[in-house]
Design a protein around this ligand. Sequence first.
Ligand code: GLP
Length: 238
Amino acid sequence: MGINVVSADDFAAVSAKMVGFAIIELQKKLKRNVNLVLATGHTMVGFLDELSKVKGIDWKRVNAFHLDEYKGLDIEHPCSYAYFLTENLFSKVDIPEKNIHLISEIGKKDYMNILRRKGRADITMLGIGMDGHLAFNEPPNYSGFDSKMQEVKLTKETIDSNIDLYPEIKENPYAITMGMADIMESKKLFFLANKAKKAHIVKKALTGPVTEEVPASILQKHENVEIILDKAAGALVK
Ligand code: GLP
């Protein structure tokens, strides 16, 4: 597990440079497209913008997938994660529409199979929720390490954290998310966290016991994970 702690000002650009480099290196090696699984949320906004500016990525040779989506929100809904990714990345790069794989269009039954048929995730982006969730695998009900793509009911804390981006979340506290086992299938994981409010849960995830009560602690078991923290989020990690 590589842990990189950078200044808040450099967080987005350094993350984009590292992920961009990984995509470019894979594009040199692979004959097929690179399978990139994207995450959403506040942490990803600056990163996605910087990633769109990285020179040398051939976006025509990237298949985009994403971790999770609110239940029932299609791509036209301005609070959907599909819309978020279109706004923050897809509209800024030269990625063909056929390479974009959205949960709301494909559905949870087939989503992982399509990704596996294309060769599995090469790179998966991850943030962390305040309760340690990855994607939307909330403890204790949905964070089994063997969990597969599933529908979940969001906790109050997660609803509160996301209400600024999705004001109606209280009326629709449901989402479809890749499971923990699905995430662990990715060949490489990039885990990003910033801001002081994440310091405590980041410490638990990276240095505490590996437990389903802190879903992100599973990262300690993955053989190829790169951690990028700003100084505030990394303050308690030695
Ligand atoms: C949300 C998303 C996660 C994200 C996390 C952190 O609930 N489903 O994929 O990593 O919570 O979000 P933020 O970056 O807004 O703190």
